[in-house]
Design a protein around this ligand. Structure first.
Ligand code: 6R9
Length: 647
């Protein structure tokens, strides 16, 4: 593969926050003396009580723990709002673009946002919400979602955002797991002209959650929805009654900020917990350096707040940096595939940060949709969520960015809080498809399956050898699972779950998950979750799910299903199971392929041989590897003979 390299454009090298020499210098300092480096950069945010201790972390079982800036105190909403009031109170904080271009946008200044957050914080308090309590947010991409997050941060409540595409069951599971008694939602969401019945989903979910005593209802579409007296309250009128004065709660650096559920290789989704001080430093610093952000620039991250990217790069990072952050309610191809670029032109967006899956979908629609827009305002492009294939990268660069804008391909995870391996636009020559080099303070390494470090240009399992401020601190309610999941595979190292190649220039190329997690359109799905949804169907005896290559989504979902003995599987059952999974988890978990099989390939000890199923899913069946441990080899012949025809 002849690798293209795009040098740093001269104007970037000359004007960016850091050029290449400065990057290497700062990176060296951050690794050689993390205490000094982070003592300095920790000052970028406002502390109520300044920290004197910086790093106190260990990945080893005996003294395991992750603490940063632990004796400092701060409030994150004050860092996002109050600190800007004197200097840029009348600047636009949130520039909101609705689903439909015919509806007007909303422009909310820092001063207005501050007021809304204070009022909403007082509303939460009036319902008895205390510091440390969990608040579930199930809202569409509207400014009130950011208001809710910041209001929680203001009073020290822990928010748990559940993506508004998740089903009532998935929502209920998350409410119960974090023991939340208040839910914030809207009547309906709007995406691509379609309505999402959020309030009805909440009502359905709450049948399983007797402890929820308050639902705050935002009116988005005005749909007629059920209203439970005593439990439900109207967002607008309740907020109007509150005072616009709310002092920020003093939080210790290690007090929890939010929980965000994410899929792992086993069991149910885990509540990733981030704390306040380290996360604040990490989200704001990565946002500033990765996007070379300067106050006044119009910045747009097209992620949903239901995912970590929305937390760190729609809300917290940009607002801490006093940015104007665009918040988009809609989808890339509604009403037509020019939508993204029309919004770029409408607002004069300078920095655009999106997902490869959206780019691939738009690329397929043809260049005209892009070319009929100006995009002259764009200076920098970003990518996140999954590996970006070089073809999509080149298209993004040439067609969207007119070969003028660097692309920052940022590798990171819900667990890492912010970007970890990423180019810096003024410092990093770009290679399409590579996330390039580590951010300050990040020590990536590659190990083999036995945990031996691998040097030089090689393939391996991606680990991080030391802590960084934005790292998650625990799995909510299950600290042991935190340790087991991330620090026990390779002793003393943080295991990312990703495979990776490092080239001769020290660039990292993420190759994708090597655990039982699949990445569908940039969304993480545990195969175990989809399997347990399938086996919950009364006609299903057993199921195994693997990823399959998918042109647009990156990976698709391939499910092998064995039915109960008396069942004759047919097309109707296939449709029923697809609908079932959508209902159990949500549309993002829709199986692309369901293959009915009389049996699954198992070892004599009864373990499903996923390796074989993965190969079938990848349509790479010429060499299935060692099949000698199969209990019944004819099972595999049957699977191969009955593979569905794929388009
Ligand atoms: C931020 C986010 C994390 C997983 C991660 C990896 C994949 C994310 C990537 C990327 C290659 C990139 N991933 N960014 N792979 N290049 N630039 O997406 O968090 O939803 O937790 O997913 O996504 O596999 O392990 P999350």
């Amino acid at each position: 593969m002849g690798e293209a390299v795009y040098p740093v454009p001269e104007n970037w090298a000359a004007n960016a926050l850091v050029d290449e020499a400065r990057y290497f210098e700062m990176y060296r300092q951050s690794i050689e003396d993390p205490d000094a480096f982070w003592a300095e950069h920790g000052k970028r945010i406002d502390w109520i009580k300044p920290f004197t201790k910086v790093k106190n972390t260990s990945y080893h079982e005996a003294d395991f723990g992750i603490r940063w800036f632990e004796d400092g105190s701060l409030n994150l909403s004050a860092n996002c709002l109050d600190r800007h009031l004197a200097t840029r109170g009348d600047d636009i904080a949130i520039l909101w673009e609705p689903d439909s271009p015919t509806e007007p946008e909303r422009r909310i200044t820092y001063r207005q946002l501050h007021e809304q957050v204070c009022r909403f914080a007082n509303l939460l308090k009036s319902r008895g919400v205390k510091k440390g309590e969990r608040v579930t947010i199930y809202l569409p991409m509207v400014p009130e979602a950011a208001v809710a997050m910041l209001a929680c941060a203001r009073i020290g409540a822990i928010h748990s955002i559940v993506f508004a595409g998740f089903s009532p069951d998935a929502l209920a599971g998350r409410i119960i797991d974090c023991d939340s008694r208040i839910v914030l939602t809207a009547d309906e969401g709007l995406r691509g002209g379609k309505k999402v019945p959020l309030k009805a989903n909440v009502d359905e979910a709450l049948k399983q959650c007797p402890d929820v005593d308050t639902v705050v209802l935002l009116r988005r579409t005005g749909a007629d929805v059920a209203f439970v007296e005593g439990r439900d309250i109207e967002w607008a009128s309740a907020v109007a009654r509150q005072s616009a004065d709310c002092a920020p709660e003093e939080m210790s650096a290690e007090d929890p900020l939010f929980i965000l559920y994410t899929s792992g290789s086993t069991g149910k989704p885990k509540g990733v917990l981030h704390t306040t001080g380290g996360y604040a430093v990490w989200a704001s610093m990565t946002h500033e350096y990765v996007f070379d952000y300067r106050p006044g620039q119009i910045y747009w991250c097209a992620a949903d707040i239901g995912w970590v990217t929305g937390h760190s790069y729609v809300v917290y990072g940009p607002l801490m940096n006093g940015a104007t952050t665009v918040m988009f309610e809609g989808v890339p191809n509604f009403p037509d595939p020019s939508r993204f670029w029309q919004v770029v032109d409408k607002f004069g967006v300078e920095i655009f940060y999106g997902a490869p899956t959206a780019l691939r979908a738009l690329m397929r629609e043809g260049d005209e949709w892009v070319k009929k827009t100006s995009r002259q305002s764009l200076r920098l492009l970003g990518s996140v969520g999954e590996p970006i294939n070089p073809e999509a990268w080149e298209w993004y660069h040439k067609v969207v960015g007119d070969a003028r804008c660097p692309i920052v391909d940022t590798w990171w995870q819900t667990e890492t809080g912010g970007a970890m391996i990423t180019p810096l636009p003024g410092a990093t020559p770009l290679k399409p498809g590579s996330a390039s080099r580590p951010f300050f303070g990040v020590k990536p390494a590659l190990v083999d399956n036995d945990g031996n470090f691998l040097d030089g240009a090689t393939d391996g399992c991606l680990v991080v050898t030391d802590s960084w401020p934005g790292q998650m601190r625990t799995v909510w309610g299950d600290h042991e699972r935190f340790f087991q999941t991330y620090f026990s595979t390779f002793k003393g190292l943080y295991f990312t779950g990703d495979g990776c190649r490092r080239d001769e220039d020290g660039y990292y190329w993420i190759t994708g998950r090597i655990d039982d997690v699949i990445n569908v359109s940039g969304h993480r799905m545990g195969t175990a979750e989809i399997e347990s949804a399938l086996v919950a169907h009364p006609k299903v005896a057993e199921a195994a799910v693997v990823g399959m290559p998918h042109d647009i989504k990156g990976q698709g979902i391939y499910a092998f299903v064995t039915c109960n003995a008396e069942i004759e599987p047919d097309e109707a059952l296939r449709k029923e199971l697809v609908a079932w999974v959508r209902h159990e988890i949500g549309p993002i978990a829709t199986p692309d392929v369901i293959q009915f099989a009389p049996g699954l390939p198992k070892t004599r000890s009864g373990k499903i041989m996923r390796r074989i199923l993965r190969k079938i899913g990848e349509n790479d069946v010429s060499n299935l590897g060692d099949t000698s441990t199969l209990a019944d080899p004819s099972v595999v012949d049957n699977l191969l003979a009955n593979r569905p025809q794929l388009a």
